[in-house]
Design a protein around this ligand. Structure first.
Ligand SMILES: Cc1cc2nc3c(=O)[nH]c(=O)nc-3n(C[C@H](O)[C@H](O)[C@H](O)COP(=O)(O)OP(=O)(O)OC[C@H]3O[C@@H](n4cnc5c(N)ncnc54)[C@H](O)[C@@H]3O)c2cc1C
Length: 456
């Protein structure tokens, strides 16, 4: 064997796997055809969250009057916003270069496309290598939906929209998932007119309705046009003027078009057949609970396995697979708790079952909801938009699921995630002494609105 392990893709699982395996004495080849760090660092979480932070600063300044603070005028230096984003991305990339170098001579990095060409055999940069283990961390990329006319217009995806040098005068966003929503609100706050075209009945359609409705209300208040049940039937135009014809007969004309309708796996040029790696109907790699593909000694982690597609999931995949590879399997991938956050403002966070999912699965539950405006701190800071919801198992008092739309929801959700992970009863939050005034007090109030925890 040339290598103990070949890792294809330097995403959120690939880099830590390659470096840890190398540091444990194994000879490792890491192949990366694009930018080191994959989606999260280069075109996903890091750049979007820096943009969202700049957009929020503009919004807070613009709306400071509600707190009695007068800001004469607010301008957005879009070039500076982009430069800040690029600087932070660069610093993360440099960190990855250092981590790979620090892993020592056992780790060889090859910056090229890798292909499976047979059992345990990978071709990269014109050379063929055999390995005891092959790990696929090849990620996903935006879907190009089959909308007639799309190929003829200069549409943007999540990468290209962040390379714009000038602010769009009117950004039309097809797709109201979390990626579309985050960009929509950020660009609106930078000063663009924004229209969301969502074919479903709500944006963030995997949430229960009150959560989606809360965000739609905020978006509309900020001047975003949210078109629901609106299917893009045809796209036409050229740079600076793009027309989206809707199935309802109407049309939206914008200066720029962002398409955010989902992501497909990077398996089309992998050579999966040559190695006997089975893909599902959508092209994702089929894996079992311990990341084994249908091909012996080939494992797959991260977005290419079909999701949930999050950085923290891919990173957790690396921990679980490292244990499998080093002979200490513990947790499996399928029964994990995977919390998530959409970085809209307010944020939308969740963990476990939604009420809709609980109903579909026939799970018994007690449910409580609380408007975010019912939290003292939310009133004091004037961050009242949102709603909290929790589902509790009536017999064990364990939390089945929670969703929070509200300020710092992405932080608050971890209280419930940790309790669920520990298998602790919801009563722990009821008995906890919550700091006043904090958003976390709302978690307690939420639970105390259930009859079983109500003060008599
Ligand atoms: C706009 C946007 C915002 C996001 N925001 C968040 C967020 O806030 N929080 C969150 O948790 N997640 C977020 N995500 C999702 C997150 O970025 C991904 O889930 C995460 O990056 C995990 O990816 P991965 O490790 O599976 O693979 P990736 O990070 O996609 O890495 C795969 C790597 O493999 C390389 N590669 C592919 N094929 C080959 C080949 N044949 N040979 C060599 N190299 C190859 C690719 O070039 C790529 O670098 C966001 C995604 C997007 C698009």
């Amino acid at each position: 064997m040339d290598f103990d392990a070949i890792v294809i893709g330097s995403g959120q699982a690939g880099v830590p796997l390659a470096t840890r395996l190398a540091r444990s004495g194994r000879k490792v080849l890491l192949a990366e055809r694009g930018a080191l760090g994959g989606t999260c660092v280069n075109t996903g979480c890091t750049p979007t969250k820096t943009l969202v932070a700049s957009a929020r600063a503009a919004h807070v300044a613009r709306t400071a009057r509600r707190l009695g603070v007068l800001v004469e005028s607010v301008g957005v230096d879009f070039a500076a916003v982009i430069a800040r984003k690029d600087g932070i991305v660069r610093s993360w990339q440099e960190g990855i270069v250092r981590r790979i170098a620090d892993a020592g001579p056992n780790l060889r990095l090859v910056r090229a496309q890798a292909r499976l060409v047979g059992e345990r055999t990978v071709e990269v940069d014109g050379e063929r290598h055999r390995a005891a283990t092959v790990i696929l961390n090849i990620g996903a990329r935006p879907i190009e939906p089959p909308i007639p006319g799309l190929t003829g217009v200069p549409w943007l995806d999540n990468r290209r929209v962040m390379e714009l040098e000038e602010l769009p005068s009117h950004l039309v966003v097809i797709g109201g998932g979390y990626i579309g929503c985050e960009f929509a609100q950020a660009f609106r706050r930078f000063g663009s007119a924004v229209t969301i075209v969502e074919p479903g009945s709500h944006v963030l359609g995997q949430q229960d309705e009150p959560a989606s409705e809360a965000i739609e209300g905020v978006f509309r208040d900020e001047g975003i046009a949210v078109l629901l049940d609106a299917r893009a039937e045809q796209v036409s135009g050229a740079a600076g003027r793009v027309t989206v014809r809707l199935s309802s007969g109407g049309e939206v004309v914008g200066s720029h078009l962002l398409v955010a309708t989902g992501r497909r796996p990077n398996t089309d040029d992998l050579g999966a057949d040559a190695a006997g790696v089975k893909l599902d109907q959508r092209g994702f790699v089929d894996v079992d609970d311990h990341y084994r593909t249908s091909a012996p000694v080939v494992y797959a982690v991260g977005d290419c396995t079909g999701g949930p597609q999050f950085t923290h999931t891919s990173w957790d995949d690396h921990r679980l697979l490292f244990d499998v590879l080093t002979g200490r399997p513990g947790r499996g991938r399928k029964d994990r708790l995977i919390p998530y956050t959409a970085y809209t403002d307010p944020q939308v966070a969740g963990v476990g079952l939604t009420e809709r999912a609980a109903k579909t699965k026939g799970v018994r539950y007690e449910v409580a909801t609380l408007p975010f405006a019912g939290i003292a701190r939310a009133i004091e800071t004037d961050e009242k938009a949102g709603v909290l919801k929790i589902l509790v198992d009536p017999s064990t008092e364990r939390i089945l699921g929670a969703s929070i739309v509200g300020a710092e929801a992405g932080e608050l959700i971890h209280v419930f995630a940790a309790l669920m992970q520990a298998g602790a009863p919801a009563r722990a939050v009821v008995d906890m002494e919550a700091v006043h005034p904090s958003f976390s007090e709302g978690l307690q109030s939420l639970l105390m609105s259930l009859p079983r925890y109500a003060l008599s």
